[in-house]
Design a protein around this ligand. Structure first.
Ligand code: NAX
Length: 327
């Protein structure tokens, strides 16, 4: 039997956790023949820990053959111990009337502590994927606290945005989803992020030729993808959870698959004009399991350059707001 992969998940009793854990335990993330141990981390409140116990009962009741153990804890030192993957989903939601800078700082405290502990106790091959918002900046903060683990071990998720963009292009063109390729997300996981439609293809032809509607691509397409999270809250009364969990399964599975080409927020995407110190979504190719190289060959026109400059500015502004927390 293969050695189990230890997967730490924060926010395990939350909405995304409730969709995510079952997918990991079923083998969707690491493959059907790869055993996993789930290390589930919640906040130290009775309500959260009780809810987590309920989720663990349901995981037991699924009788997943790949699930070789579970740890339920409110102590990050226990939860991240020897973790091969740490999935940082838990975060503090924006309070009524709360300023963005204050939200960044509140979450910064969480990711400061988690970055330090992961660096101290996680496995030597530790990899970290950040989902909790603001994901890019939280990832940057956690990575800045690590001394043993290098920045390339830390990624933030923009895969939900990529999946959303792919689905919208397929709908507009009236084609099967699998006909749409090479749509990548640049920048922040926020409404400023840029899905670079000019490089996408549909059945092997440029998406711009197949759709042939630049007003739609530059307007409603970008708006729909950028504001999809808000549209789901408006419709469902709750934020996207199953699709976010699904995107995280895709994010990690692609990172574990050499040759996979996908969008990930990483540090050092200067080839596209991003600040060297922020984590920005870009197209990457997985080289070895858990490691990627940035695909740098895509040419940007003036429209794309302006969009990338705007999302880069948001990332550098966020960095400035949490400057005292870094390092
Ligand atoms: P929920 O509020 O349902 O669950 C969050 C859970 O995290 C709660 O159970 C809470 O107790 C726990 N938690 C909070 N702080 C923690 C800490 N320090 N350690 C451990 N657990 C902690 O939110 P949910 O809908 O699951 O969303 C989680 C996060 O994902 C939010 O920040 C949300 O904004 C973000 N999202 C990110 C997306 C992305 O594409 N990057 C998309 C979906 C989602 O909006």
């Amino acid at each position: 039997m293969k050695t189990p992969i230890r997967v730490a998940v924060t926010g395990a009793a939350g909405q995304i956790g409730y969709s995510l854990l079952f997918r990991i335990a079923s083998g969707a993330m690491f493959g059907p023949d790869q055993p996993v141990i789930l290390q589930l981390i919640e906040v130290p409140f009775e309500k959260a820990m009780k809810a987590l116990e309920g989720v663990a009962m349901e995981l037991d009741d699924c009788a997943f053959p790949q699930l070789k153990g579970m740890v339920l804890t409110d102590d990050p030192r226990v939860g991240f111990k020897d973790a091969n993957w740490s999935l940082l989903v838990g975060a503090k939601p924006r309070g009524p009337g709360q300023e963005r800078a204050d939200l960044l700082k509140d979450n910064g405290k969480i990711f400061t502590a988690q970055g330090q502990v992961i660096d101290e106790v996680a496995a030597d091959d530790a990899r970290v994927a950040v989902v909790g918002n603001p994901a890019n900046t939280n990832c940057m903060i956690a990575a800045s606290k690590a001394k043993r683990l290098t920045p390339d071990r830390f990624t933030a998720m923009v895969r939900l945005d990529q999946n959303r963009a792919q689905a919208q292009l397929a709908k507009k063109a009236g084609v099967d989803l699998t006909a749409v390729k090479d749509i990548f997300i640049y920048g922040n996981h926020s409404p400023t992020m840029f899905p670079a439609f000019a490089h996408a293809t549909i059945n092997g032809k440029p998406a711009t030729e197949v759709i042939n509607d630049s007003a739609w691509l530059q307007g409603p397409f970008l708006e729909t993808v950028g504001k999809r999270g808000a549209a789901i809250i408006a419709a469902r009364g709750l934020s996207s959870a199953a699709s976010a969990a699904n995107a995280l399964v895709d994010h990690v599975r692609s990172l574990m698959t050499p040759g996979a080409i996908h969008s990930v927020a990483v540090k050092g995407a200067t080839a596209y004009g991003f600040d060297a110190n922020v984590w920005a979504g870009v197209p990457v190719r997985t080289t070895t399991p858990g490691s990627v190289e940035i695909i740098t060959g895509y040419e940007m026109d003036d429209f794309a350059k302006a969009k990338i400059a705007a999302t880069n500015k948001e990332l550098t502004d966020e960095r400035a707001m949490v400057a005292e927390m870094l390092g």
